[in-house]
Write a protein that binds this ligand. Structure first.
Ligand SMILES: Cc1cc2nc3c(=O)[nH]c(=O)nc-3n(C[C@H](O)[C@H](O)[C@H](O)COP(=O)(O)O)c2cc1C
Length: 366
């Protein structure tokens, strides 16, 4: 367990009293905080629920196969489902065929995407064996040509999300970032680990800094293990990055973007969300899932998130089992009513929050 309710950090004299906007090509974002894509989690309902809490500059879909998109796969089209309350939206694409990726990017631009993000960080075998995801980091020439083709194919900004490289000996991110900048890329998001590292060890802030130093003006967005203001402050300070992307930290604390903006404005993170507000958020998330996927689909998706909610709410074994076996709206409502009646667990008063979870199993499967 670790304290999340750290003392407010005093802002430096140069820190602005209003939230700093972020320029992504021609697009102005309200803040420099990004929701990092998490396959299976950062879907339309979750994005909307998080946006409603404020502070988010840009949210990204989970990775979307360009081939499946062009073939009209129903599941893939669900991944890109969006609404007025979900703007601006970046759609993250992956593939290995440049022509197909450009065609998909144009389709997405017409569909209403504000940004095209290219996945070059995914470690999963299914993706890398065809030359997509982090495999793209191994071929600087071909990958730069692909980025150039994408930038020319659409009018909206194109970004790339990548790792530091394939492994320790092949940290190609600085070289790639420099080439991408010349090709017209709007920004890069760097997860400070190599493909080989998976999610192990600590995020390498010096590695992110090397990317910041390699480019001239293109914004670099730092990513990895940020789940508190102190982590974000350290990421800015040690890497010189222009913005921060948060994935798992937002599952644990969806208020983190609003808190970061509050910290920028006032030097304080603002009121800590109460247990009641946490339950309200969970209920809103589930309700939006039901609206998108119906009772059965929503319940199945929610089961996946049950672990994250349980880590924070500590509802007890029985209630956790109910979350993981959820079938019906009525069960969900009954569960929330029971939790409300029971009130917060003892750790709430002490302000303790759980450690960030690391995905189990081989990185080749996630
Ligand atoms: C379950 C899971 C799914 C992920 N899905 C994606 C994805 O679809 N696209 C992507 O670029 N990164 C994906 N990532 C990587 C995250 O976006 C992020 O780079 C990584 O988790 C480190 O940031 P964090 O510590 O803030 O979570 C995923 C990570 C996890 C744990």
């Amino acid at each position: 367990m670790q304290l999340l309710l750290e003392p407010p950090i005093a802002y430096a004299e140069s820190t602005p009293k209003s939230v700093r906007a972020f320029q992504l090509g021609a697009l102005t974002l309200k803040s420099r905080y990004f929701l990092s894509p998490l396959a299976g989690y950062t879907n339309h309902p979750f994005r909307v629920a998080v946006r409603e809490l404020g502070g988010l500059g840009l949210a990204t879909t989970e990775l979307v196969s360009t081939r499946a998109l062009l073939l009209g796969s129903r599941k893939t089209h669900e991944y890109v489902e969006t609404s007025a309350g979900d703007a601006p939206l970046a759609v993250q694409i992956y593939g290995a065929d440049a022509k197909e990726m450009c065609e998909a990017a144009q389709w997405l631009e017409n569909y209403g995407a504000a940004v095209i993000d290219v996945n070059m960080g995914c470690p999963v075998n299914k993706v890398v064996k065809n030359g997509g995801g982090s495999a793209m980091m191994c071929n600087v020439g071909a990958t730069t040509a692909l980025v150039r083709a994408l930038v020319e194919a659409v009018r909206i900004p194109v970004t790339v999300k990548m790792r530091l490289g394939w492994d320790e000996l092949n940290q190609t991110a600085p070289t790639l970032a420099r080439e991408f900048e010349q090709a017209g890329l709007a920004a890069v998001m760097i997860h400070g680990r190599t493909r080989e590292q998976g999610f192990g060890g600590n995020v390498n802030l010096a590695g992110i800094r090397a990317v910041v130093e390699a480019v001239e003006r293109m914004p670099v967005i730092g990513n990895g293990d940020v789940r508190s203001i102190a982590d974000a402050e350290r990421m800015f300070r040690e890497t010189g990055c222009a913005g921060i992307a948060i994935g798992r930290g937002a599952l644990l604390n969806p208020w983190i973007f609003a808190q970061l903006c509050s910290w920028e404005r006032t030097g304080q993170i603002g009121a800590i969300p109460s247990y009641e507000q946490r339950l309200d958020f969970m209920a809103r998330h589930y309700d939006l899932l039901v609206q998108q996927r119906g009772e059965r689909g929503a319940s199945l998706t929610f089961r996946k998130c049950g672990g994250w909610y349980s880590r924070v709410l500590k509802p007890g074994k029985v209630m956790h089992q109910r979350m993981m076996m959820l079938e019906r709206v009525a069960d969900f409502e009954d569960m929330v009513a029971t939790l409300r009646a029971k009130g917060p667990p003892p750790h709430w008063k002490a302000g303790e929050m759980p450690e960030i979870a690391v995905p189990k199993g081989p990185i080749s499967h996630w």
